[in-house]
Ligand binder design. Structure first.
Ligand code: 5GP
Length: 203
């Protein structure tokens, strides 16, 4: 009998490097499926529709909300971001693990909708470094930088809603820590026990 996959959520404060860690994770040899998000944000240079995001108009996104096509969604710095639900459900049903890389409001919604999801909080080595990273990106206006910093302070207080905390001091190390979490989750007594119980019911 096929086991259901595990839903992993990688979240954390703005500018901590979630996107970078997630990309590095999928460049390596990892047994996870990435759920591509939908957004109303305009594509940045080099970003491709259906690869980085499904880029949507506000109206298209709001239709997805109305039709319950999103597992979670949030407004972040003036744009909508959300996780299409069908891909996640189908992939988990096929026994494959899924990873979402989303901001914290969305992660809290996943916690409610999928209490069995494993939530990983990525944190910067220090708040100061967080600031440098956000400002240092240099692609955003001052207002957006301030918005992102204010949001980040609140987000850090949210750490206690998570199952694991991973420090992003080096991308490679952060990836190793996440891989260790993914592996360990498959050995949890409750998961192993549940699969044995199912097996015994069948025979
Ligand atoms: P960016 O515009 O820099 O690509 O992403 C901005 C923020 O939105 C990041 O923190 C990213 O993790 C988050 N994000 C990306 N996709 C989703 C999603 O589907 N849902 C939610 N709630 N946040 C998302």
């Amino acid at each position: 009998m096929e086991e259901r996959g595990i839903l992993f959520v990688l979240s954390g404060p703005s500018g901590v490097g979630k996107g970078t860690v997630r990309k590095a994770l999928f460049e390596g040899d990892i047994n996870l499926q990435y759920s591509i998000s939908a957004t109303t944000r305009k594509p940045r240079e080099g970003e491709k529709d259906g690869v980085d995001y499904f880029f949507k108009s506000k109206q298209e996104f709001e239709t997805m909300i109305e039709q319950n096509k999103l597992l979670e969604y949030a407004q972040f710095v003036g744009n909508y971001y959300g996780t299409p639900i069908d891909y996640v459900k189908e992939t988990l049903d096929h026994g494959k693990d899924v990873l979402l890389e989303i901001e914290v409001q969305g992660a809290m919604q996943v916690r409610k909708a999928f209490p069995e999801a494993v939530l990983i909080f990525l944190i910067p080595p220090s708040l100061e470094e967080l600031k440098n990273r956000i400002v240092g990106r240099g692609t955003e206006t001052e207002d957006i930088v301030k918005d992102r910093l204010d949001t980040a302070k609140i987000e850090i207080e949210m750490m206690n809603a998570y199952d694991y905390v991973v420090v992003n001091d080096q991308v490679e190390k952060a990836c190793e820590r996440i891989q260790a979490i993914v592996q360990a989750e498959h050995f949890r007594r409750d998961r192993v026990e549940a699969s044995y119980k199912k097996l015994l019911e069948v025979e």
